[in-house]
Design a protein around this ligand. Structure first.
Ligand code: 13P
Length: 334
């Protein structure tokens, strides 16, 4: 393992003013997104849509540090035959790959999930590295509800995240470690804070046990935020302040970067929260976005599957990327 190189890549992913585009929706998830805009989810449509994003020059060259791809996409070529990975590289961004294989019900723990995909992961990572991937992503899902999460769910998911991260580093790939505490419930921000704190502490404990080099990884957490169905929604300032407290308490300063998921926040909320956090600096790590929905909802709508809308889709994507780029410097204004 070349730790200097892993650290260089992790640092580049959180470069000031830049963040990550999460374009790694599984076939099931992208179908849901396409259904919402009335587009059939064919291989060609998925390719055309993602090619549109990766050819958005302004967004890609100025505000996007890396792109997380799904297995299908990493092997696809653009309409003119150029591999999509090459399009990303030529814009100056780093190609990455989602390597988990989704979730399964966790036995003995009703309503809880464990992320799978460790079998044959070493061989898959080798092939992805040959294709150009320099970082990877694995998402664990922790739900908040009555009596959950259990310590069992937190523990097995942290164990799998650390197994994945160690395998990535051995393959010279930077692991993005994503333990997502969902914001779907009716819990308040303090409950989210408490659960996320337990999840992050357990995750870093496992990373250390399994000898993962913290200098060569990026953390992708949720923010400390009210559940979507909670009657009392925390303000932007409260989310920013509590999230920064939480991360300072749980994430060692040697970790080069933290890149948030958007998790169902609206585009503007995700931008406003990141911006407010940067106003609380200086911070010990790079702090940026790794948004899926909060970067893509607008371009998906503008594009709607029509070739004549490609420029509008690219402009919507560039706008959101620029707004989040400004938020990374605390310079965004609503
Ligand atoms: P969202 O920003 O839509 O939550 O997606 C980010 C991601 O990669 C989830 O795994």
């Amino acid at each position: 393992m070349n730790l200097t190189e892993l650290n260089r890549i992790a640092t580049a992913l959180v470069a000031p003013g830049k963040g990550i585009l999460a374009a790694d929706e599984s076939s099931g998830t992208i179908k849901k997104r396409f259904d919402a805009i009335g587009v059939e989810s064919t291989e060609e449509n998925r390719r055309d849509y993602r090619e549109m994003l990766f050819r958005s020059n302004e967004a890609m060259s100025r505000y996007i540090s890396g792109v997380i791809l799904y297995d299908e996409t990493i092997w696809q070529n653009a309409k003119d035959g150029t591999p999509l990975v090459k399009l990303i590289e030529s814009s100056g961004a780093i190609p990455g790959i989602k390597v988990d294989e989704g979730t399964q019900a966790l036995p003995m723990c009703p309503g809880e999930l464990v992320t799978v995909g460790l079998d044959k992961l070493a061989e898959r990572l080798k092939k992805y590295h040959e294709r150009g991937a320099r970082f990877a992503k694995w998402r664990a899902v922790i739900d908040i509800g009555s009596g959950i999460p259990s310590m069992t769910a937190i523990s097995v998911n942290a164990h799998a995240l650390a197994r994945y991260a160690a395998l990535c580093q051995a393959a010279q790939i930077v692991p993005i470690v994503e333990p997502e505490v969902l914001m779907d419930g009716d819990h308040d921000i303090d409950r989210c804070y408490e659960v996320t704190s337990r999840v992050l502490n357990k995750t870093f404990q496992e990373l250390r046990v399994q000898r993962v080099a913290l200098e060569g990884m990026v953390l992708k957490p949720n923010m400390a935020i009210s559940g979507k169905k909670c009657a009392k929604q925390a303000s932007v300032e409260e989310v920013a302040e509590k999230t920064i407290w939480l991360l300072k308490a749980c994430v060692p300063a040697v970790v080069p970067g933290i890149a948030f998921l958007s998790g169902g926040q609206s585009d503007e909320e995700a931008t406003a929260h990141l911006n407010a956090m940067h106003k609380l600096g200086p911070l010990p790590w790079g702090l940026t976005f790794s948004y899926g929905r909060a970067l893509q909802a607008a371009p998906q709508k503008a594009w709607s599957g029509k070739a004549e809308n490609v420029a509008a889709g690219q402009s919507a994507f560039s706008h959101r990327a620029r707004m989040n780029g400004l938020a990374c410097k605390g310079e965004w204004q609503s």
